[in-house]
Design a protein around this ligand. Structure first.
Ligand SMILES: CC(C)(COP(=O)(O)OP(=O)(O)OC[C@H]1O[C@@H](n2cnc3c(N)ncnc32)[C@H](O)[C@@H]1OP(=O)(O)O)[C@@H](O)C(=O)NCCC(=O)NCCS
Length: 280
């Protein structure tokens, strides 16, 4: 996988020795095979992927389909998303980086089309990105609407003012909460039931700042305006109330340092083992 030129390995049955294909070409190929193998999903896969000429158009369709309600039509949401992708090309690039992050790190992801069609963590993150774009345009109420629908539909509640880097994976994604002044770096991986929240004792800048390449385990609560150093790991179920230096592992309630991060790049390797030195 190469994030920078957006070219990926072809499927194994494709021709062209050594040739690489674009992310979108690979997704379309996967979609055609999926329709062949499961015709009952033909309509869904056609409408969601094969019908579109670009990756961004497919994402805009998915966003509008999932978040539309009796209060807001699919058409209006689709226009908003199309606008966002054409005014801010970095949204499409971020969406590709997130997609490749899921593909690379989640062992249950075997095709690039899976997160777009089936994974709510990915869909919620792309919805947040459109909400954040609206927020940056000063369209705060529309951004709040997107936040509300994202929370209702996916169980992922991310304030549209929060800042989230690229190459981010939110796996499983039940019950994610990310507060208004939180910052999440690039290449972060988090599991379900993570809260990046305030302590309730501070106003203003009150939420955590998560460094690049951090891995945050399921159920971890990171509370307050804390710095979590690059490439650290937060164990499942921890309550983190203090800064964490780079490349460390913290665990427990309240969390304490239990060892080094175990590898240089825990969010990418999804290394979830505590080494022997971590145990003592
Ligand atoms: C409980 C709470 C209000 C802090 O209360 P407090 O009395 O001001 O506590 P302090 O921050 O002074 O900490 C006192 C001790 O309790 C510990 N502590 C604080 N919050 C804790 C928590 N949630 N779990 C376990 N221990 C906690 C601290 O580590 C400290 O331990 P120490 O004395 O050994 O160092 C706060 O930490 C909390 O949990 N707020 C809820 C936040 C929340 O739900 N946020 C989500 C927003 S989306």
């Amino acid at each position: 996988m190469n994030l920078h030129n957006e070219m990926v390995e072809p499927l194994s049955d494709e021709t062209g020795e050594g040739s690489r294909v674009s992310v979108w070409a690979r997704i379309q190929r996967e979609a055609r095979i999926a329709v062949r193998d499961e015709p009952l999903l033909g309509a869904l896969i056609h409408a969601g992927l094969l019908h579109h000429s670009t990756f961004e158009a497919a994402l805009a369709y998915r966003f509008s389909l999932k978040l539309a309600s009796r209060e807001m039509s699919e058409q209006i949401l689709r226009e908003i998303a199309d606008d966002a992708f054409s005014c801010a090309p970095e949204l499409g690039l971020a969406a590709k980086a997130d997609l490749l992050a899921v593909y690379d790190r989640d062992p249950a992801t075997h095709r690039l089309m899976q997160p777009i069609l089936f994974f709510k963590g990915y869909q919620a993150l792309q919805s947040y990105r459109i909400g954040h774009w609206l927020w940056q345009q000063g369209r705060h109420d529309m951004a709040y609407f997107v936040q509300m629908r994202c929370s209702e539909v996916f169980g992922v509640d991310i304030h549209p003012a929060a800042r989230i880097g690229t190459g981010v994976m939110i796996d499983h994604a039940h019950s994610i909460v990310i507060g208004e002044t939180a910052v999440v770096g690039n290449d972060v991986s988090m599991l379900h039931s993570v809260t990046l929240g305030g302590t309730g004792k501070e106003d203003g800048d009150r939420h955590p700042k998560i460094g690049n390449g951090v891995m945050i385990g399921a159920g971890a609560k990171v509370l307050g305006n804390l710095q979590i150093g690059h490439h650290s790991r937060i164990a499942a179920g921890s309550v983190v109330l203090m800064d964490v230096p780079p490349c460390k592992t913290v665990a427990g309630v309240p969390a304490r340092i239990v060892g080094d991060a175990g590898c240089a790049d825990p969010s990418n390797s999804m290394n979830q083992l505590l080494g022997r030195e971590d145990l003592f």
